[in-house]
Design a protein around this ligand. Structure first.
Ligand SMILES: Cc1ncc(COP(=O)(O)O)c(C=O)c1O
Length: 361
């Protein structure tokens, strides 16, 4: 694509001297798992997120599973999350042994709807996984008042605050993915959990490393560690993350203005606290629009084309077509436009003009 949906190369080029220097140090030390690079990254990421601790792990899916397991979730429990998210949110819940159930979304923001979630809570509901979808903080304060422990899935929301406060101020666990295309991405898989309590951090550190102290396993753990090489890239990228998030905000603001009154398009409502992981709009005749944009060399994405309760893998939720109408409708209409920190404004103008031309020609 001439204007791809995501392009990581400029970020790599901009930070190359820094990550090369960190890699040189790593190769000289030759300690590739659980070493000083990871410890430094955990401290720097915790500081950036406004948390007391960050615990690295293998990916954002494992981060959800580890958080839920630490919260005591297991077989026989139910965990509630949004019907509009990456399948991995639900995969992480299922891996903790729980039955996953899905709540509908607010049709304006596409975040999980607190009233819908409240109506699905039963005595088996042990936890809520609240996703900050597309980079926009969901109303986590409302969710925490529903009762069950709240795990915040911030895989798309590195650097986001809610009502001016760090995400860890609102619930005990905040999970992150460092999948390469995220606002803060590794060059491979990676994840982390931020927490404010030292004892939780210590338990998570034990669990991610096989439950071991030395060569003896004390608790039932998993093998899910964030490796030293990824931490070299993550440390270099983290230094630029505030700048990159600001660039995303400028491009998203431009799309808002350019497409606000475009026929056939409905914008998704965002607050100023979003870190704009994706620019998602709702489009009439989406498939035709996508094809028209592709014909002009413009890449787009679908986040997400099938609501989670209709994914065959999650049929055990027991929720049928028609049960979560706002998420089902959104899944038919959402379209993600190109958004990455170094996207030239001239290219964003081209994208917006192409969308407009499709509906007004
Ligand atoms: C909202 C959300 N949750 C969880 C995940 C899982 O992260 P990972 O791919 O690092 O396991 C992702 C990314 O795919 C995501 O977007």
């Amino acid at each position: 694509m001439r204007i791809p949906a995501v392009n990581l190369k400029p970020q790599l080029a901009q930070t190359e001297p820094r990550w090369r220097a960190l890699l040189d140090g790593l190769f000289a030390r030759s300690q590739f798992i659980l070493g000083p690079e990871g410890e430094a990254f955990e401290q720097e990421f915790a500081a950036f997120a406004g948390a007391r601790h960050a615990v690295g792990c293998g990916n954002g899916t494992d981060a959800i599973t580890l958080a839920l397991r630490d919260a005591g979730v297991g077989a026989g429990d139910e965990v509630l999350t949004t019907a509009l998210s990456a399948p991995f949110t639900a995969v992480g819940i299922a891996a903790a042994g729980a039955r996953v159930r899905f709540a509908d979304v607010d049709p304006e923001t596409l975040q999980m709807d607190p009233a819908g979630a409240a109506g699905l809570i039963t005595k088996r509901t042990k936890a809520l996984v609240v996703v900050h979808l597309y980079g926009q903080p969901a109303p986590v304060d409302v969710f925490t008042r529903l009762g069950p422990v709240v795990v915040q899935d911030a895989a798309q929301a590195h650097g986001a605050r809610y009502l001016g406060r760090p995400l860890t101020a609102w619930s005990p666990y905040v999970t992150y993915s460092f999948y390469p295309t995220k606002n803060l991405g590794a060059l491979g898989d990676g994840g982390a959990i931020t927490v404010n309590h030292g004892r939780i951090a210590a338990r998570l550190r034990l669990m991610r490393d096989g439950g071991r102290r030395g060569m003896v396993a004390f608790t039932s753990g998993v093998n899910s560690r964030l490796d030293e090489m990824q931490c070299c890239y993550l440390r270099a990228f983290l230094e630029k993350l505030a700048e990159w998030n600001a660039a995303r905000a400028r491009i998203a603001g431009f799309y808002d203005e350019a497409l606000r009154d475009c026929p056939g398009v409905r914008l998704v409502r965002r607050t100023a606290e979003s870190v704009h992981h994706l620019y998602v709009l709702r489009a009439r005749r989406r498939a035709a629009l996508r094809a028209a944009l592709a014909a002009k060399g413009i890449g787009t994405g679908l986040h997400y084309p099938v609501p989670l309760h209709l994914n065959p893998a999650f049929a055990a939720c027991g929720q049928k077509r028609g049960s979560l109408p706002a998420a089902e409708r959104a899944a038919r209409e959402v379209l993600s436009l190109p958004l990455w920190p170094h996207l030239p404004l001239t290219q964003a103008e081209e994208v917006a003009a192409a969308v407009r031309a499709f509906y007004t020609r």
